[in-house]
Write a protein that binds this ligand. Structure first.
Ligand code: DQA
Length: 148
């Protein structure tokens, strides 16, 4: 089972970027934690980050047909990218939207996700553990035989 973990603009700056909001972990740290957990769960994780909306959409179009689920932190694309939402809605795959910070407790413009209507569920405000929770949920739902 393959799960795509996609990160949008500026998430490559984690660890240096507004650490009090996003935490000290780098994106590489989060990727390593996810790969370790994926190993325990017996699932394959393909980890991807881009600062370019078009590259993210190309990645989804290329990889989604051979994947079983998607975890995505779209960064600021969350708040305005209808083309990303359309790309996610193209495939009949469960998508979990993750935000490190609580987007509902910050600036007003962050409180709207145009991606949310195309996803199964959203995790917001749980830091890096939000990605782990999303992976656990997808693995449990996609492979109920693991008994989790
Ligand atoms: C974010 C929240 C977005 O508003 C912001 O633009 C990000 C990160 C989060 O993980 O909390 O880049 O998606």
């Amino acid at each position: 089972m393959k799960i795509l973990v996609i990160n949008g603009p500026n998430l490559n700056m984690l660890g240096r970027r507004q650490v009090t909001i996003y935490g000290p972990q780098t994106l590489e740290d989060i990727g390593n934690l996810l790969q370790k957990r994926a190993g325990e769960l017996g699932v394959e994780v393909t980890f991807y980050q881009s600062n370019s909306e078009g590259d993210i959409i190309d990645f989804i179009q290329r990889e989604a047909p051979s994947a079983q689920g998607i975890i995505i932190n779209p960064g600021a694309l969350t708040h305005y990218s209808f083309s990303l939402r359309d790309a996610l809605a193209t495939f009949d795959l469960p998508v979990i939207e993750v935000h490190l910070s609580n987007i509902y407790a910050r600036e007003e413009w962050r409180a709207r996700s145009v991606i949310a209507p195309a996803v199964k569920g959203q995790i917001s405000g749980l830091g890096w553990r939000g990605y782990m929770a999303a992976l656990d949920v997808l693995a449990a739902e996609l492979a109920p035989e693991t008994g989790r």
